[in-house]
Design a protein around this ligand. Sequence first.
Ligand SMILES: [Zn+2]
Ligand SMILES: [Zn+2]
Length: 146
Amino acid sequence: MTLQKKGKYWYGSTPQDIEAEVIAYSKANGYTAVKFSLSACACGSSLFKLESDEDEGVARRTCVRCGVIHFMGDSAEYASEAQVERHECICDAEAFELLSGIALYADSNDVRWYYIGCRCASCHLVGVFADWKCEAGDADAFLSQT
Ligand SMILES: [Zn+2]
Ligand SMILES: [Zn+2]
């Protein structure tokens, strides 16, 4: 596991590489992610299409293998207002591993900021494709829904 830079993009080989990128991105954002969860479908697949609306705080993933749609974290609460947009990699692929990262309020387990790190299944690009301020309460309950 090592992040490698090509041009202005980072590439990685494992979910740990996504975590490293989420940490770096979140530190630069001022709210460092400290808890993480890799999305996995009930069918066993960990590759998803991702749609999000950062303004409304909504992310929706669709399993590439079985097609099940899931709203990530507390997204379902805000879905009716959202205009989600599909994420594409710079290589045009749309299947990603998704690693959710959470920053917490001080001395609490409460969600403060939500980051969605992605790794492209085709070209292995790693990046944070969406993030927003999120006050969803207990981080472990939140992450169990990602
Ligand atoms: Zn599935
Ligand atoms: Zn790609």
